[in-house]
Design a protein. Structure first.
Length: 258
């Protein structure tokens, strides 16, 4: 491969982004690693370093094992999401929105850093929910996560729902839990109605979220993948850019002064 190939590929991707009238973004954990939030499956991912931690993301284990819930609450209380700040990839996607061509920002992340960076909440589609709220698995009542963490700090190791006594968890999608049908439908419409699907910082290994790539490609959209590691969809993509999302993405999306 020639030495100038990476720059040439970045240029190709930037041209696709610049020419698109409608763009849809799918973002994953790699967007937030620059903010100090570790991913799950990468070389230094949470599950890579500690495979047992994946059990905390299983709905069945969470519901059936009180110790799993207690450990989950301990980890939520000290999670880096509470001190994280948006990084350069988040800022680049805000610039993309300001161009007036962004249909939707589909995100697998649960940290709300896109909104903190300035992305419009109306355009952010949280495929896997948010860690900033809790939800009762019995009655569906939601509340700010801060309120429940205050109960944990006061000594409740596994706080029940204050309304019905049911099991509380973060308002996120665990393994074994279905995505919200309305959220998924909105994501799929954005995928089939776009000129370019930009998949950034995602391993594209989790379905049904990763399926939006298939939908976009089948509808004739160009697919641009930016990720540090190979993905199962690299062969589907028009352009694949391997590397840090925080470094590459700003090169694809000119800032307001460019």
């Amino acid at each position: 491969m020639p030495d100038d190939a990476p720059d040439r590929e970045v240029g190709h991707a930037a041209e696709l982004v610049a020419r698109a009238r409608r763009l849809t973004v799918l973002s994953g954990a790699g967007v937030s690693t620059d903010s100090g939030i570790p991913d799950f499956r990468g070389p230094q991912g949470v599950w890579t370093r500690n495979p047992a931690a994946e059990r905390l993301s299983s709905l069945q284990a969470y519901v059936s094992d009180p110790e799993v819930r207690r450990e989950a609450w301990r980890q939520r209380a000290t999670h880096p999401v509470w001190t994280a700040r948006p990084g350069p990839a988040h800022a680049a996607l805000v610039d993309l929105e300001r161009s007036g061509r962004l249909l939707a920002l589909l995100t697998q992340n649960i940290d709300e850093l896109h909104q903190a960076a300035g992305s419009s909440p109306e355009l952010v589609v949280e495929l896997h929910g948010t860690m900033h709220h809790t939800e009762c698995l019995s009655c569906g009542a939601r509340a700010p996560m801060a309120e429940t963490l205050a109960r944990v700090a006061a000594g409740e190791e596994d706080p029940p729902c204050p309304h019905c006594g049911g099991i509380l968890k973060s308002a996120t999608i665990s393994f074994g839990q279905e995505l919200d049908a309305g959220v998924l439908m909105r994501a799929r419409w954005a995928a089939v109605d776009t000129d370019v699907l930009l998949a950034v910082g995602t391993s594209l290994g989790v379905h049904p979220a990763a399926g939006v790539v298939d939908l976009a490609a089948a509808a004739g959209a160009a697919v641009v993948i930016v990720n540090a590691e190979p993905t199962p969809y690299d062969d589907v993509a028009t352009v694949v850019l391997r590397g840090g999302v925080g470094e590459i993405l700003p090169r694809l999306v000119p800032g307001p002064s460019d």
